[in-house]
Design a protein around this ligand. Structure first.
Ligand SMILES: [Fe+2]
Length: 212
């Protein structure tokens, strides 16, 4: 990726995470950890572009649903870099119909990750930072992982389910915490969903779909 696009994306990501430090609903120590990861990340030596999936149309379609600044700024930076990010398809080892279908409708790109993620553009063992895009009218079933996770919808209002709570609409610019081992599901309605996601613990844990 061009240095300019990557720099712009890193800067917009940093500003967004910093804005979360002012938000009482966000987990400040975990966001500080994400900032440390971003500020100390190095170019990944294991980065592979070969598995790249095209996502720029999906990301551009989400721009109309971006939240207020800094979400709108981050949405624009992701769209600018979308052609150069290594978008990957999740759950390749699942063959249930809904997960096979999800693989057509959900992509994730790793900005900062451990060496275990060959799609990561920058390397860190402190925290992992991702972008996800989910097309409209798609149900991402309940799943769980050991990693503590923070989501920040950048564009698109979708239904979020955490643990045993009932589904709740979450608008762009909201910080959503998934502590270690919390089941979560996301359902898009008419709008696509573009997110920033951060893992701050157990960076090599693996998401598992949870069937009721
Ligand atoms: Fe998750």
């Amino acid at each position: 990726m061009s240095h300019h696009r990557l720099d712009r994306l890193v800067s917009a990501t940093r500003r967004t995470i910093k804005s979360g430090l002012e938000d009482p609903s966000a987990d400040a120590p975990l966001l500080e950890r994400a900032l440390t990861a971003l500020d100390t990340a190095e170019a990944s030596s294991s980065h592979e572009d070969s598995k790249r999936v095209e996502a720029s149309d999906w990301v551009r379609s989400a721009l109309d649903f971006a939240g207020p600044s800094p979400a709108s700024e981050l949405a624009a930076a992701i769209a600018d870099a979308a052609n150069n990010l290594s978008w990957t398809v999740p759950y390749l080892d699942y063959d249930e119909p809904d997960i096979v279908s999800l693989r057509n409708d959900y992509l994730v790109a790793t900005l900062v990750g451990t060496d275990a993620r060959s799609s990561a553009h920058l390397h860190s063992d402190v925290a992992s930072i991702f972008f996800s895009v989910q097309r409209p009218n798609v149900f991402y079933p309940s799943h769980v992982h050991k990693a503590a996770e923070i989501y920040y919808p950048v564009a698109g209002t979708a239904m979020w389910t955490k643990g045993a709570e009932s589904p709740t609409p979450q608008t762009p610019g909201t910080w959503i915490n998934h502590p270690t081992g919390t089941c979560h599901a996301m359902e898009t309605l008419t709008e696509p969903l573009l997110c920033l996601a951060i893992w701050t613990t157990d960076l090599s844990s693996i998401p598992v779909i949870v069937r009721a």
